[in-house]
Design a protein around this ligand. Structure first.
Ligand code: ADP
Ligand code: ZN
Length: 528
């Protein structure tokens, strides 16, 4: 039996590796770098814990685990102790004496896995310790957990992660394994670049969570809708409900309690002891519903969360998928339920507009928000859309709201073709592209100053979309953007500003020819 398997059996008590775990473990034990993209609950921890133990047995010394969350470190180290593994952590909860004790044990080779916060790892004092271990050949492996924290494109950027790029140069030859459950192409490329993982082997698991049923409803009265959902489908079950603001968390938790549901609030504004107490109750008692901001969840390993609700729309699909991924880690049926409204989108857009970030970065954020809105408005399989967003092709799942209850649709193909023709004609007539507002004006036959200035009231598509409302047109445009039938082309002005213009793509042609229908929810189309 391989050393890895005997550790899996003997230390962790599991009969077999899951999915790609074995290939990852073998690669890392052999000294290779790895970037592991695995959904929440996929079993990332074992991917570095098993190599850490095996390599320690081979006399290679300690594995350093970089982890962003203190709660996560405590849980993991506690679990490792129970399994009889020498593990420790270094973070701000330790006093001077405890810190010295851990450092001493580290120097004498008594620790197999050391968990450390990134800001701790890059202090001169800690680097000095690592230098010594490295020179003695006792620095075995670096594991960088929640690696998306290094990327601004991730939903959980932590500047301290940036400093981790030094590990590569300073400790050449020490293998590194970076792990994350966030896997869109932009974030992935950023992780590779920032952490200098160009040589690492990429391990991508399927991101599908087949036991989670996705449901996205239009928001009318989110509280009542949520109550009905819980009462009908999840009475007495454990769940998490995410809200955008602390105030909303408090209000909603109180409303659920009034309705006889065992709900508790959680957000960063609550005193630390209250937060800890609520978290403990959620983990230990049955059937607690945690009403929370996104401050809650990372590193919480509760297998029997039966539903995750969103009463407000998150910022992007990565966040949505990570949060919903906390449901059903035990593999049993679970629900991801979200209520979305256009007001959410307006609020999120305003937050983006008012943020101090650069314009290009804001455009990226708006694009991500639109992708999530595209998902909410989709009339076809949610899972197909979600997985496609992460670069994975799939077939309709039969286990999402759209598959189970196909929505009433409005055939927007004609509208989409008029839109595409207008984008084309306007470009043809002026030799440059234009933004959404102007295209809408031409399509709806509005003689604005700009329209007249460019003579766009003279082109054949002027006013051909007069029967559509602006919200309808915007909804159609979002679907076209979400499916790639319209592209964005950035135009740089001499002033240094830039703006996005709409342009046609290869996929536009299939829509223009009527080969691919465009469908919207009848309710979205009516909302004007
Ligand atoms: P992640 O960090 O990817 O969210 P974890 O490492 O916390 O996932 O693992 C999720 C759950 O699956 C844990 O309860 C873990 O013990 C369990 N698990 C992981 N790998 C295996 C395996 N090979 N066999 C059985 N259970 C496993
Ligand atoms: Zn489906």
């Amino acid at each position: 039996m391989s050393a890895a398997l005997s550790v899996l059996h003997g230390v962790f008590g599991y009969p077999a590796f899951r999915g790609p775990q074995e290939a990852i473990v073998d690669h890392v034990i052999a000294g290779g770098d790895a970037l592991v993209l695995m959904p929440t609950g996929g079993g990332k921890s074992l991917c570095y814990q098993v190599p850490a133990i095996v390599r320690q047995q081979q006399g290679r010394g300690v594995t350093i685990v970089v982890s962003p969350l203190i709660a996560l470190m405590h849980d993991q180290v506690g679990a490792l102790h129970e399994a009889g593994v020498d593990a420790a952590f270094l973070n701000s909860t330790l006093d001077w004496e405890q810190t010295q004790d851990v450092e001493l044990r580290l120097q004498t080779g008594a620790i197999t896995l050391l968990y450390a916060a990134p800001e701790r790892l890059t202090t001169p004092r800690f680097l000095g310790l690592l230098d010594d271990l490295y020179q003695q050949g006792h620095l075995s492996l670096f594991a960088i957990d929640e690696a998306h924290c290094v990327s601004q494109w991730g939903h959980d950027f932590r500047p301290e992660y940036r400093a981790l790029s030094i590990l590569h140069e300073r400790y050449a030859g020490v293998p590194r394994i970076a792990l994350t459950a966030t896997a869109d192409a932009l974030t992935r490329a950023d992780i590779i670049e920032r952490l200098r993982l160009e040589e690492a082997q990429l391990f991508i698991s399927s991101f599908d969570r087949p036991n989670i049923r996705y449901t996205i409803v239009e928001k009318k009265d989110a509280t009542t809708q949520l109550l009905r959902f819980i009462e009908r489908e999840h009475a007495g079950d454990a769940g998490v409900v995410y809200c955008q603001s602390r105030k909303r968390v408090e209000e909603l938790a109180a409303t659920l309690v009034e309705a006889g549901i065992a709900a508790l609030p959680y957000h960063a504004g609550l005193p630390a002891d209250v937060r800890q107490q609520n978290q403990n109750r959620f983990l230990r008692e049955e059937g607690i519903v945690m009403v929370a901001t996104i401050a809650f969840g990372m590193g919480i390993d509760k297998p029997d969360v039966r539903f995750v609700g969103h009463v407000d729309m998150p910022k992007n699909i990565e966040g949505y998928y990570q949060e919903t991924g906390r449901a059903g880690r035990d593999g049993l049926a679970a629900d991801a339920w979200m209520a979305y409204g256009l007001q959410d989108v307006v609020n999120q857009r305003r937050m983006i507009d008012e943020s101090p970030a650069g314009e290009e970065f804001k455009q990226g954020l708006r694009g991500k928000l639109d992708a999530l809105l595209g998902l909410a408005e989709a009339t076809d399989c949610r899972r197909v859309r979600l997985l496609a967003y992460f670069g994975e092709a799939s077939e309709p799942c039969g286990n999402c709201d759209n598959c189970l209850h196909p929505p009433e649709v409005w055939d927007a193909t004609d509208c989409a073709r008029k839109l595409l023709s207008t984008i084309y004609r306007v470009h043809q007539s002026s030799g440059i592209g234009f933004g959404t507002g102007h295209i809408m004006d031409v399509l709806r036959g509005k003689k604005t100053e700009k329209v007249e200035q460019f003579g766009h009231d003279k082109i054949s598509t002027f006013g051909i979309g007069a029967e559509f409302t602006e919200p309808q047109l915007r909804a159609v445009l979002r679907q076209l953007l979400a499916t790639g039938a319209v592209g964005l082309h950035k135009v740089l002005l001499e002033s240094g500003h830039s703006f996005d213009t709409l342009c046609l793509t290869d996929a536009s042609r299939t829509v223009l020819r009527g080969e691919v229908p465009v469908r919207l929810r009848a309710s979205t189309a009516a909302a004007s």
